[in-house]
Structure formats: structure tokens, C-alpha cells
Write a protein that binds this ligand. Structure first.
Ligand code: B12
Ligand code: SF4
Length: 419
């Protein structure tokens, strides 16, 4: 049997964030499109060590983040030195296509479904692998997206304090918005592409994990579809996390009923609009993890101090601070490049924990200092681990209420989380 090694390179973690590892989603979706005659070994270098001397016929490297690129290219060089061909794909490959193409045998840009990856593998087997497979602006039909192949994951590796991590899944692709720091418009296109709800339900039902992360770009794109999706999720009794959900009472109520546990909510100002949004989410029993971008052109040192006070005042459950980073193919980067404000392209340092551009109303050093200030101030009185435990307790309480709590999976029982 032809042996494929699929590798997810390690990336530098954000030092301020509690370190945990989620099962990668790109690789399991990609694996679902590999024909069954191939034997697939998956290595997530974030949780497993890679032995590049093991026998393999072909290497596939999946890269999601810009800061994963340097390590991904190092791995490619190790295999190519042995004469083994390397194909790279995934979000970061799409964003850094030329650079990656120069370091591997082929780049695959875009989504693999509808036989596209199978045809690429056939090209390789027949000795006519092309340098570039470009499907970036040619998305496969959305109903070609099948259930991900989660069986390739080494499950025991994705555990935090004895508790299995959430499983990742998605119900749609594309995003109709075009927010300035974001590259999803370039990647998945600006058309909302919802998967057929029956197929999503079928996939989620088959996942042997009650806790999920729906990684859809935005659950704020189509009210009717959302209501239908959430209605269909109710009988599954899954508990899930997501990116922002449409700010609409009917939708939020249905999301809560469908098991929404908490959302990553972008918080960019101290307005009443945000205050009400957070209050309403909480009223519906949905937790809030604030995703806070620091360093936008309207912010100065005082603004960031006020923002942190505001987060504490409106009582979000968790906060994740990121420094605005000029990732390729975002509107923000186009503007910064034009203004000559990008300091360097050392991708390893593009983690969002480090300032890599010249802010407008602060020095780079001041912004870096304010980033540390934000993490420290927000978690000063209630540390991160304690806030995270509270969120876990919320899901445990929801599960106990609807008889889905599986205490044997949480090796540290709910009692230990409460202590
Ligand atoms: C899930 C996710 C995460 C998860 C990742 C979990 C994990 N273990 O993998 C978590 C929450 C950890 C995460 C963290 C971060 N993320 Co994130 N994340 C995403 C998200 C929402 C979805 C990615 C995904 O799974 N897509 C769905 C899969 C199916 O698509 P895919 O990967 O493209 O795979 C398809 C194809 O590309 C192809 N494919 C994939 N691999 C390969 C390989 C080969 C060989 C081939 C042929 C094909 C192929 O097959 C798949 C099916 O068609 C994206 C946004 C988005 N929607 O893409 C942001 C995104 C990737 N994240 C981003 C960012 C900025 C971050 C953070 C830095 C944010 C922060 N400050 O915290 C952190 C990382 C911090 C750190 N250094 O520790 C940016 C990337 C920017 C960049 N250039 O680096 C994105 C694009 C979001 C954005 N709005 O800009 N993230
Ligand atoms: S930030 Fe979210 S809503 Fe905005 S374009 Fe990116 S994925 Fe879409």
C-alpha cells in the first residue's frame, strides 16, 4: 500500500495563553479526500515528535498559520534531501504560495474536495506532479464536503487537565464580510457557502465527543439558515463553542437551546452596543470569550487601558488579546504596506504576541508593553486557569442537566474543577 505521511508542523504558542492543543481541522478534512488505497500516517508536531527518517512514499504538509511556515519548510527540506516528494497545502500555504512553492515539490491552493486531491495524487503516482494546483478561486460544490476523517488523530494527545478537548467541525465555508485584519475573504471567498444541514447533523452526530468547536468563519451570515441549523442541532444535545453569532434574539435563543456553550466575541470598543451584546449573550446562558485586537489606528495607550477596564466591568468570562499583525492578503496589510509601516517579515514572529509593524498612535515598544499590561490586568484578580475552570463548570452543569455528562471522560471529576 502506498504510504502517505501527513504532517502538521509545530508553531510557536502565545506565551500569555494557557497552553492547550486542539485537534487540527484542516488535516482531518484533507484526509477525508484521500482515496482509501493510500495508507495515511498523521503527525501533529504540536503534540507528537516527528521522526523524519521513517519510511514513507510521499509527504503532505498542512500549514494553517503564518508562524508555522518556517518549521513547515524545514520539514520539507528534510524529506526532499531523502528524495521524497513533498506537497504543501492549507491556509498558510495559500497565503504564502510563492515562498512555499519554491521550497516544496508542489503547492495545492484551495479546497481538496470533489476529487481534486485524488487527481493530484494520481499525477504524482504517474510522475507528472505539477508545481502548482491552483483552485483558490474555484471552490468545489459545498455538498462535496463530507465528514472529516477524525480517526487519523492520536486522541490521547488532545487533553487538558485530564479533560478531552473539543472536536472541531464546520457547517459552512466562506465569509461575506471583509473585516480589515482578516484574510478569509481571500481564502474561502466572499460568498457564504452553507453545507446541507442534514450532512452537518450526520457528521456531528458521528463524533464521539459531546463538546465541539464550530470553526465556521462567522455564524452571522444568514438568519434563516442559522435558525434551521440550530433547530436541527437541538436533538443532538452537543455543547459547542463558535465565532460570533448573529445578534438577534430569536437566533441567540435558538443557539442556546442548540447547545451553544460560549462564543469568541470580537470586542473592539467600549460602546453600549458591545455592552448590550455581551449582556444578552449572558442572559441566554452563553459564555463570552472576548477576542481583543490591540494596536488598531484609533488606539493609544489610554484607549487600551479603558478597553481592559471595560472588559472587567462588563464581566466577560475570558479575554484573548492579540496584537494587530499584517498577515498577507488582508485589507490591513495592503494599507500598512502602502504606508511603509511593516517592520519585518520574520514569519516565526508573526504570532500576534509581538509587534511587527509601526502603530499609529504609540511606539512599537509602547504597544508591546500595553499588550502585556492587558493580559496581566485582565487576569490579575481571577487567573486564567480559574476562569477557564468556570467555563468548564458551565458546560458540565449544562450536561448534567440534560444527562449528557460523561464523567468517566473527565478524568479530573467535576468536583476537582470546582475546588
Ligand atoms: C480553527 C482555527 C484556529 C484553531 C486551530 C486549532 C488547530 N489545532 O488547528 C485555534 C483556535 C487554536 C486557532 C488559533 C489561532 N489562530 Co486560527 N483559525 C482557525 C480557523 C477559524 C479555521 C481553520 C480551519 O480549520 N478551517 C477549515 C479547514 C477545513 O480548512 P483548511 O485548513 O483551509 O483546509 C482545507 C484546504 O486548505 C485543504 N488543505 C489543508 N491542508 C492541506 C494540506 C495539503 C497537502 C493539501 C493538498 C490540502 C490541504 O484541505 C482542507 C479541505 O478542503 C481559521 C479561519 C478560517 N476559517 O480559515 C483561523 C485562522 C487560520 N487563524 C488565524 C489566527 C490569526 C490565529 C491566532 C494567531 C489568533 C490568536 N491571536 O489567538 C491563533 C494562533 C496563536 C498561536 N500562535 O498560538 C488566522 C491566520 C492568520 C495567519 N496568516 O497566520 C485565520 C486565517 C483567521 C483570520 N481571520 O485571519 N485558530
Ligand atoms: S473577521 Fe470574521 S466576520 Fe470578519 S471577514 Fe474575517 S471571518 Fe468574516
Amino acid at each position: 500500500m502506498t504510504k502517505l505521511t501527513l504532517i502538521y508542523p509545530s508553531w510557536p504558542k502565545i506565551p500569555e495563553q494557557t497552553e492547550f492543543h486542539l485537534p487540527p481541522h484542516g488535516p482531518v478534512c484533507l484526509a477525508a479526500a484521500i482515496p482509501t488505497e493510500y495508507d495515511v500516517t498523521f503527525i501533529d508536531e504540536n503534540v507528537d515528535s516527528l521522526d523524519h527518517t521513517q519510511p514513507t512514499d510521499l509527504v503532505l504538509i498542512s500549514m494553517m498559520l503564518t508562524c508555522q511556515i518556517p518549521r513547515g519548510l524545514q520539514i520539507a527540506a528534510l524529506y526532499r534531501a531523502r528524495g521524497i516528494k513533498v506537497i504543501a497545502g492549507g491556509i498558510a500555504t495559500m497565503l504564502h504560495a510563492d515562498e512555499v512553492e519554491a521550497a516544496v515539490d508542489a503547492v495545492f491552493l484551495g479546497e481538496v474536495e470533489n476529487g481534486r486531491l485524488a487527481r493530484t495524487l494520481t499525477d504524482w503516482q504517474q510522475g507528472r506532479l505539477q508545481r502548482r494546483y491552483d483552485f483558490l478561486h474555484d471552490h468545489p460544490p459545498i455538498d462535496a464536503v463530507g465528514p472529516a476523517r477524525r480517526d487519523i488523530l492520536n486522541r490521547q494527545r488532545y487533553v487538558y487537565r485530564g479533560v478531552p478537548m473539543v472536536d472541531l467541525a464546520h457547517a459552512s465555508r466562506g465569509c461575506k464580510f471583509n473585516c480589515f485584519p482578516c484574510c478569509t475573504g481571500y481564502l474561502g471567498g466572499r460568498t457564504f457557502r452553507p453545507r446541507p444541514i442534514a450532512r452537518v447533523v450526520e457528521e456531528l452526530q458521528s463524533i464521539d465527543n459531546n463538546r465541539l468547536f464550530l470553526v465556521d468563519n462567522s455564524l452571522a451570515q444568514d438568519k434563516e439558515w442559522l435558525l434551521e441549523l440550530f433547530e436541527a442541532l437541538i436533538p443532538l444535545k452537543k455543547k459547542w463553542i463558535s465565532h460570533p453569532i448573529l445578534d438577534d434574539d430569536e437566533v441567540l435563543a435558538k443557539a442556546a437551546e442548540a447547545g451553544c456553550w460560549y462564543v469568541y466575541q470580537a470586542i473592539f470598543d467600549t460602546s453600549d452596543h458591545i455592552r448590550h451584546k455581551v449582556r444578552r449573550l449572558k442572559e441566554f446562558g452563553i459564555g463570552v470569550e472576548a477576542a481583543v485586537l490591540l494596536g488598531t489606528d484609533n488606539q493609544d495607550v489610554d484607549y487600551i487601558k479603558r478597553l481592559v477596564d471595560f472588559l472587567l466591568e462588563i464581566d466577560v468570562d475570558m479575554a484573548e488579546f492579540s496584537i494587530l499583525t499584517p498577515f498577507p492578503h488582508t485589507p490591513a496589510t495592503a494599507k500598512m504596506r502602502q504606508e511603509g509601516r511593516i517592520l519585518h517579515s520574520d514569519w516565526q514572529r508573526y504570532t500576534t504576541a509581538e509587534v511587527v509593524y509601526q502603530p499609529k498612535q504609540m511606539s512599537a515598544a509602547e504597544l508591546q508593553e500595553m499588550y502585556h499590561y492587558a493580559w496581566e490586568m485582565f487576569y490579575r484578580d481571577i487567573p486564567q486557569a480559574q476562569r477557564m475552570s468556570r467555563l468548564f463548570l458551565q458546560v458540565i452543569d449544562k450536561e448534567v442537566a440534560d444527562n449528557t455528562y460523561r464523567s468517566h471522560l473527565d478524568r479530573e471529576s467535576s468536583r476537582s474543577w470546582r475546588n
